[in-house]
Design a protein around this ligand. Structure first.
Ligand code: NAD
Length: 703
């Protein structure tokens, strides 16, 4: 018997599947054959007894999972760190394990933060190295591993588990002596696999198959050249034999019903090789954290859950230090919390996402970090990507407001005679030597949940309005457009060709004529079909009055393009009396600026269509400046393009038969975007009629 091999087991006297806390337990409640389970456990016990000293903790009635002693805690150099189970069903186990270890004269320790921790199930030493692998996600939290890293003189490598079936690290990961490893890659996220690969050389690690993983081959014990497992495929067996292991099968089918096998049934009482190899200097862990805070309407707008979901989805943890809830609907709430991340890069990524939803960094706020551009049009690694929201930047201890705010740009910092300036620039426009903000320090974003000012119209408070409410929506919108026109504001229309196909062209033309449109943005197609309709009475070959196809009509749009090209352009066609009505006609005669952005599917194009997309984007951005309202009519492509370049605070209204346009814009941060889900032709008729009625009442002096 090798004295350094000492283990703790627990007889399965009260074992059974009595609740469901992992996918393996589903369908197995009450199905365990306890006498078979006892035989299987005794076989494992006998096998291990020949290789080490087995100690037993008393099983407790009503704690069926106590048999899985590996989850009871973690031992290291005479210290026992007790578990804090994720599920309440298992929490009472802790007191019995702790008492046992206290009687054995172990020093008892608890994790500083009280975070969930499931012992050796999620904390495995690499034999012979001062290296502790920390599984987190389904059960153990990342914060627990941060605490462990501070307690032990070992390097702690966090590994995120992403498949609920492999809810503990020891179900899919088996470190072996001589720097070897068995693991099931599908159970881990990308960054965790990178961490595994950077710590264990390729020739020393073996990726187990689905068959091995699903039969708990990794949930095994290695002892003095023996590998004890429930199951091993021929390929795994051969690999282990090539590493000089003798494979011993210990079938444990009754325990697999509860999601456990060999390793789960055994807790190591010592890790002698680790202690021997430990170095004096404290090795690092990549786990890091940052305290942040959020203020505003966090609860009633669902922002708090958005923030916390964002942290969890990124594979990070949060610890809330304080949450002060506003007592009335107009009082903001405040939440101060820490984000714990598996590494600095992930921390930066999640902080950047959090800043976008209005979170701020707290203590130790420092200046923004800037890095010089090395080549024209290429941003430095780690650049900060901008949002649509007003942003402040801390430079030389002072806060400055970023200008030209838009989404998906970077921030360039520079000097002017008036002091430091910061503005948004597209990556393609960066110049060598520009100083670009990187990381998240020294950045404050003023996002939408901070205040209840600028509350949109009633109908727009929900992201998508229903068909039944279209008339009410038109009513509100008409009032808003009237007000903007009276106050000499600017309304931008973004329109797709469906406007013409649905018969909405005539109504859009009325809006232009009556002064409700100050800029038109679209593609080649809206202009082509509008002109086709004006010249030939069809749109895409369909007679819009009768709704039927015209013989040879499929070529009408080409004829229309040809006529305009012959004139030299749309404006020339109007001057020459060729084009006498329609949307484009009204734009020309009313001097409404427009931009037609080209695309790969464009026929023609019309001479005015801007086929240089970069120039088109710049023209769009220029024409949007100063807009009070942007009404986006039936075009996914152009609406999303415009949404991305529009700063927060401008009303965005998407009218589309499909709610996805509004939702996509909301996803990209244009949270002020509202949707009116309806047919655009009908909508335009209602709107133009409503505004015409307003015009008539004003003319008649009715208020
Ligand atoms: P798009 O996919 O961007 O948008 C079409 C939108 O119209 C969709 O969101 C759809 O849900 C919506 N829609 C459809 N029927 C509707 C209805 N009855 N009422 C309200 N909404 C309705 O496509 P796009 O704007 O047609 O074209 C993208 C690009 O392709 C543009 O640059 C355009 O100039 C170019 N192009 C289009 C055509 C064409 O005939 N569609 C032809 C040539 C080039």
């Amino acid at each position: 018997m090798k004295s350094e091999n000492a283990f703790l087991m627990c007889e399965p006297q009260f074992y059974g599947v009595e609740y469901v806390i992992n996918p393996w337990m589903k369908g197995n409640v009450g199905c365990v054959d306890r006498s078979v389970a006892m035989q299987q456990w005794k076989h494992l016990h006998a096998t291990l007894s020949s290789l080490g000293e087995i100690k037993l903790v008393q099983p407790i009635y009503g704690l069926p999972d106590m048999v899985f002693s590996a989850n009871g805690g973690l031992t290291y150099e005479g210290v026992f760190i007790s578990s804090y189970y994720r599920y309440p069903q298992r929490r009472p186990e802790t007191q019995y394990f702790t008492s046992w270890f206290r009687e054995q004269r172990f020093r008892i320790a608890e994790l500083r933060s009280g975070a969930t921790f499931e012992g050796e199930g999620d904390a495995l030493f690499q034999p012979g190295r001062p290296l502790l692998w920390g599984g987190y996600g389904p059960r153990t939290s990342l914060a627990a591993h941060r605490d462990l890293a501070q307690m032990f003189e070992v390097e702690l490598v966090p590994l995120r588990l992403i498949d609920e079936r492999f809810y503990h690290l020891d179900t899919c990961f088996c470190p072996l002596p001589e720097d070897r490893l068995l693991y099931y890659p599908q159970a881990f996220d990308h960054e965790s696999l990178d961490a595994i690969h950077s710590h264990i050389p390729a020739g020393n690690r073996f990726e187990v198959s689905d068959a091995d993983a699903l039969n708990f081959a990794c949930n095994a014990m290695d002892l003095d050249g023996r590998f004890i497992t429930n199951f091993a495929t021929e390929a795994l067996r051969q690999k282990l034999e090539s590493w000089d292991f003798e494979v011993t099968a210990c079938p444990l089918s009754e325990f697999i019903r509860a999601g456990g096998s060999v390793k789960c049934l055994v807790l190591r009482l010592s890790h002698p090789l680790v202690a021997a190899a430990a170095t004096a200097a404290r090795p690092a862990t990549s786990i890091c954290e940052r305290e942040v805070m959020a203020e505003g309407h966090l609860l009633d707008r669902g922002v708090a859950s958005q923030i916390l979901d964002c942290v969890k989805e990124a594979g990070c943890d949060f610890e809330i230090h304080s949450l002060n809830v506003g007592q009335r609907h107009d009082q903001p709430s405040a939440m101060r919390f820490s984000v714990v991340a598996p590494g600095p890069q992930r921390l930066d990524t999640v902080l950047e996402r959090l800043l976008r939803i209005g979170v701020r960094l707290t203590e130790g706020e420092s200046d923004a970090r800037v890095t010089r551009v090395q080549s024209d049009g290429v941003a430095p690694w780690g650049f900060y990507g901008t949002t649509i929201y007003p942003t402040d930047l801390r430079v030389k201890g002072e806060w400055v407001r970023v200008s030209d705010q838009r989404m998906d740009g970077v921030i360039v910092v520079g000097d002017s005679p008036d002091g430091v300036i910061a503005h948004c620039v597209l990556i393609r426009n960066l110049k060598k030597g520009d100083e670009v903000v990187c990381g998240v320090e020294g950045i404050r974003i003023h996002s939408h949940h901070e205040t209840r000012e600028h509350e949109p119209f009633g109908f727009m408070t929900s992201p998508v309005s229903s068909e039944r409410r279209v008339e009410a929506a038109v009513e509100d919108l008409a009032w808003e457009m009237l007000r903007i026109r009276e106050q000499k504001g600017r309304i931008v229309i973004v329109a797709g060709p469906v406007v013409i196909h649905t018969g909405g062209g005539a109504h859009l033309a009325r809006l232009i004529r009556t002064g409700y449109v100050h800029t038109l943005l679209g593609g080649n197609a809206i202009a082509v079909h509008d002109i086709e309709n004006a010249l030939l009475g069809t749109s895409l070959g369909i007679d819009l009055k009768r709704g039927s196809a015209i013989h040879g009509g499929h070529q009408h749009h080409l004829r229309a393009i040809n006529i305009i090209r012959a004139c030299g352009g749309i404006a020339e066609a109007v001057q020459q009396g060729v084009l006498r009505h329609g949307v484009m006609y009204e734009c020309i005669v009313n001097h409404i600026p427009f931009c037609l952005a080209g695309s790969i599917r464009d026929d023609g194009p019309l001479p005015e269509t801007q086929m240089n997309l970069i120039t088109a984007q710049e023209e769009y951005a220029q024409l949007i400046k100063g807009a009070n309202l942007i009404l986006m009519l039936a075009s996914t492509l152009h609406s999303i393009g415009v949404g991305n370049m529009t700063p927060a605070g401008v009303r965005l209204i998407a009218v589309d038969i499909n709610p996805s346009v509004g939702l996509k814009l909301a996803d990209r941060g244009s949270a002020e975007c509202s949707s009116i889900v309806t047919d655009v032709g009908l909508f335009l008729r209602l709107l133009a009629d409503r505004l015409e009625a307003e015009n008539r009442s004003s003319a008649a002096g009715v208020k």
